[in-house]
Design a protein around this ligand. Structure first.
Ligand SMILES: [Mg+2]
Length: 252
């Protein structure tokens, strides 16, 4: 008997170019070749709508055995929702509100070249904090990113939060151009692994596997076999190699 394997893929930079929909070549390879041998699953940091936009609309749940949005805080198996936790359950309303108030106060005193709206986006398992405001234009997004590279607005903000709230059990991750995520320690992508059962091997493929990257913890986890990829094409190549190796093991 061969080992039962599931391939678990990060979305941005692994199955798709960042923020873009999956290419028809990559999707065809997954659905017509890989799925014949292994179960396939996806885990993204963004919300379900975003993942749905990138990975093929209404049929998303037919394509992938497991779909994990927000690192697995939002989880589906065969299209059926699995139990979830929220950041407000974890922190409690009181601590949560102290944190939010502090963040808004800090932003209110921050002088930037410009500011727009929506400074905190509240998700199921995390908060996304954007000093410049999420609803800035594409051009402004780029301008802030350059400004931040020079002035380290996000980095300094995180240092202040760590000092102010040392006991909340929160961790911070800078991703994208304008924001950072705040979530309970352990609610990184390894969170989704608690939902995956019945496999001998979980092969994870991700592009941000270095320390500080959002694939780091799951790539390093003892529960996965980690694969570091550079782009969707590299993902296809590496899955191809895995399939060949498994094939050889079965025959000898
Ligand atoms: Mg990625």
């Amino acid at each position: 008997m061969s080992n039962k394997i599931i391939c678990l893929f990060d979305v941005d930079g692994t199955l798709t170019e960042p923020q873009q929909p999956i290419s028809s070549e990559v999707e065809k390879f997954l659905l017509e070749t890989v799925k014949k041998e292994f179960d396939i699953a996806v885990v993204g940091g963004s919300d379900l709508n975003k993942i749905r936009d990138q990975l093929g609309g209404r049929n998303l749940f037919e394509k992938y055995k497991y779909v994990f949005a927000e690192n697995g805080l939002i989880a589906f198996k065969n299209g059926k929702a699995l139990p979830s936790q929220s950041i407000q359950d974890m922190l409690g309303e009181d601590a949560l509100q102290d944190f939010i108030n502090f963040v808004l106060r800090y932003i209110s005193e921050l002088k930037l070249p410009f500011k727009r709206g929506t400074f905190i986006e509240f998700r199921t398992g995390m908060m996304n904090v954007t000093p410049v405001g999420r609803n800035c234009s594409k051009k402004e997004r780029k301008q802030f990113h350059e400004y931040d590279n020079e002035h380290h607005i996000r980095e300094k903000f995180i240092q202040v939060l760590k000092k102010e709230f040392p006991d909340l059990g929160l961790t911070y991750s800078i991703g994208g151009q304008i924001s950072f995520d705040v979530f309970p320690i352990g609610w990184d992508k390894t969170y989704c692994l608690r939902h995956i059962q019945g496999y001998d091997e979980i092969h994870f493929f991700g592009d941000k596997t270095a320390e500080g990257g959002n694939d780091h913890e799951i790539y390093e986890s003892d529960l996965t076999v980690g694969h570091r990829v550079t782009c969707p094409k590299d993902t296809v190549n590496q899955v191809d190699v895995l399939m060949t190796l498994v094939e050889i093991n079965v025959h000898f």
